[in-house]
Design a protein around this ligand. Structure first.
Ligand SMILES: [Zn+2]
Length: 228
């Protein structure tokens, strides 16, 4: 059987930009636990942030649905916060090389530069690596389902918790504290724009979910009823 689905990147090169499926947009996703059941909520209607909410479970019917519209056979996923980590880290530490601004810097905390005059180590930290990529590949003949998307992406993001917290705190050189966590806005499904909940109030959460519903209404103006 030949695979009738194409990769996200192939479709984009042909001018078709896949979007998150309406089912994917039903997810309210927080990175508070290793178990997706504990930190993902499924809305009855993606376009209504006040609609009924169920906790995610592995046997929910949403799992079989495609993660994208149109469905794709594979996709590459990045995290904006981690793509920005290296350049932001360099910007944050380069001023430490200036003896006028930092005259009393301890030697072992001073910047070290490579042959291309790019800072490689400073303040006891190595320069962060470039942002990682996750390749999601559906089984042959299938599309990337919501089950595959959640299981793989959730595990991946949780495995990078320390890195995400360090990246969030790059300017202050102080990682995001454990009492805060990240939200996964599923509208940004292939280039994840994680949001830290530091300083968030209940109004911020409400605004976040209303913005997600607004995105669903904008992307799917003609779909009236929720699927189930
Ligand atoms: Zn430094």
């Amino acid at each position: 059987m030949t695979n009738s689905y194409q990769s996200l990147e192939y479709l984009a090169a042909k001018g078709t930009h896949a979007i998150p499926s309406l089912d994917l947009l039903r997810l309210h996703w927080s990175l508070t636990s290793d178990n997706p059941n504990d930190c993902i909520i499924i809305l009855e209607d993606a376009k209504n942030s006040q609609s009924r909410q169920d906790p995610y479970s592995a046997d929910h019917t949403i799992n079989q649905q495609p993660a994208t519209h149109p469905p794709v056979s594979s996709m590459s996923i990045s995290v904006d916060l981690l793509d920005q980590y290296q350049p932001d880290w360099i910007d944050a530490h380069e001023p430490h090389a200036d003896p006028d601004d930092f005259p009393n810097q301890d030697d072992h905390l001073c910047p070290i530069f490579d042959d291309e005059n790019t800072i490689t180590r400073c303040c006891g930290q190595d320069r962060p690596k470039p942002g990682p990529r996750l390749e999601l590949l559906a089984p042959k003949g299938h599309f990337v389902s919501i089950r595959q998307y959640i299981n793989t992406v959730h595990t991946w993001l949780r495995s990078m918790d320390d890195l995400l917290r360090a990246a969030e705190g790059v300017v202050s050189c102080w990682p995001l504290e454990l009492e805060y966590h990240f939200i996964v806005p599923v509208a940004s499904f292939s280039c994840l724009m994680l949001e830290s909940t530091q300083t968030w109030t209940s109004e911020d959460y409400s605004r976040e979910w209303e913005q997600a519903a607004e995105m669903a209404r904008k992307l799917y103006p003609d779909v009236i009823h929720p699927r189930d």
